[in-house]
Write a protein that binds this ligand. Structure first.
Ligand code: ATP
Ligand code: MG
Length: 411
């Protein structure tokens, strides 16, 4: 049985499934996948828990499966969140270094990070992440770690990700009820980035889009750090709903059609192939052409991509995609989405899959596993360098702390 302190656990509570991965840290600093569990999730919609019981049940199933495979009992986990209400904003903080020697110490760095997070937050929101983009010492910018440098003025630019307090607490409730301690809540696109973005992409300017079932999360990286992120309220299930509505076919049939025959770029499909589509309630079977499916799917795909593009343009980043776009999440597999993304963003696009893992890598060879795999790597970094990228850990801790009493009797 692996020792507890050598294992990491990532839990992705997605709108379609709960995915759990257990990874073991090896001596080279790599992660070996040793356990995987998955259960369909009917308790989460658009990234938000709408039914606690169903979500807890899915969590129990998925974690038990992963535990059996790994021969390891899960105690704590890094848990992804991606609700439609997650918001991000860039903020700055500045403090004076008044000590005689002007040497910047850890306490100064903490003070300036606190200052950057002190912007007034509505009482119903919590900071999930406060990720330093750069430190500025006097007028010298682009510094990643100012510890030990000399200066009289220390500034920082941070990327703040905030979430709805009660929705975050509901996620904690669910995970606690499944008998697991939440080590940290992680915004899912940031976790996914850890599993697949290459160093050069992070430096050059790359957008990651995670096309999930209920929503599509995105994050833009430049000069090594996240510069912008957000959630678009359209995911792969909207494509299925469109097909079901227009073709008057049951949702499950529409899902099958989308996966087997769907495409979202009419120029990629001929108009000759006829496909049988059963109608709602059985009885009749209609025949539609593949091109007709595409005519239903393409406008929705364009809407999704355009919303993300407009948001990137709003923050002045749409023309900084020198590293291209990486699409992942189960919905990224829709035929034609890659080519359509190239057209909308006018840059190179690739599919993103988890990279650089060891062990049972075949279980994560699907873009649906990007987030769970990324949570393991995020966890590794967080445990190796506590505080890095998470100077706000206190706020999450306080949420967890306030819940501990409530749920201790359930554990
Ligand atoms: N070949 C395919 N073509 C198109 N869509 C697909 C394909 N395979 C899976 N999908 C879609 O991927 C979605 C599941 O993706 P994923 O597992 O990333 O979602 P999730 O993480 O559960 O949801 P969310 O991130 O929104 O909470 C389903 O809605 C499914 O329709
Ligand atoms: Mg997801």
């Amino acid at each position: 049985m692996p020792k507890p302190d050598t294992c990491l656990v990532g839990i992705d509570i997605g709108s379609s499934k709960v995915g759990v991965l257990i990874g073991k840290k090896d001596d080279d600093g790599d992660i070996e996948i040793i356990g995987q569990g998955m259960a369909p999730n009917r308790g989460t919609r658009r990234g938000n828990v709408v039914n606690v019981e169903s979500t807890v049940e899915a969590l129990r199933h998925a974690t038990e499966e992963a535990e059996m495979m790994a021969g390891y009992e899960i105690e704590g986990a890094f848990v992804g969140v991606a609700g439609f209400d997650v918001r991000s904003v860039n903020s700055r903080g500045m403090v004076a270094v008044t000590r005689k020697d002007r040497e910047i110490r850890a306490a100064d760095i903490q003070r300036v990070l606190d200052a950057a997070q002190s912007a007034a937050l509505p009482s119903d929101r919590e900071i999930l992440h406060a990720i330093p983009q750069e430190f500025i010492v006097d007028d010298q910018g682009g510094i990643s770690d100012p510890l030990g440098m000399s200066g009289s003025r220390l500034e920082v630019a941070v990327h703040l990700v905030t979430g709805h307090t009660t929705r975050g607490k509901t996620v904690l409730t669910c995970v606690n009820k499944a008998g697991i301690r939440v080590k940290e809540l992680v915004f899912e696109p940031l976790a996914a980035a850890e599993s697949m973005l290459r160093l050069q992409e992070r430096e050059l300017g790359t957008l990651l889009i995670d096309v999930g079932s209920g929503t599509s999360g995105f994050a833009f990286f430049l000069e090594g750090e996240v510069q912008h992120s957000g959630v678009c309220p359209i995911g792969a299930s909207h494509f299925t709903k469109d097909l079901a509505q227009v073709l008057r076919t049951p949702f499950d049939e529409a899902e099958r059609l989308k996966i087997q025959k769907g495409a979202c770029l009419t120029s990629l499909v001929g108009d000759d192939e006829g496909i049988s589509v059963p109608s709602v309630g059985g009885g009749t079977v209609n025949v539609v052409r593949r091109r007709e499916l595409c005519e239903i799917l393409q406008p929705r795909a364009e809407e999704l991509l355009q919303l993300v593009h407009d948001d990137l343009q709003r923050v002045g980043r749409a023309d900084q995609l020198r590293g291209g776009v990486v699409i992942t999440g189960g919905g990224a597999q829709l035929s034609g989405l890659l080519e359509l993304t190239e057209q909308v963003f006018d840059t190179g696009v690739r599919y993103g899959l988890p990279e650089g893992f060891k062990g049972l890598t075949q279980v994560i060879e699907s873009p649906s596993w990007s987030t769970a795999a990324g949570l393991l790597r995020y966890g590794l970094l967080a445990e190796e360098a506590p505080g890095r990228g998470q100077p706000n850990r206190l706020s999450v801790k306080s949420m967890i702390g306030s819940l501990k009493g409530m749920f201790s009797d359930l554990l």
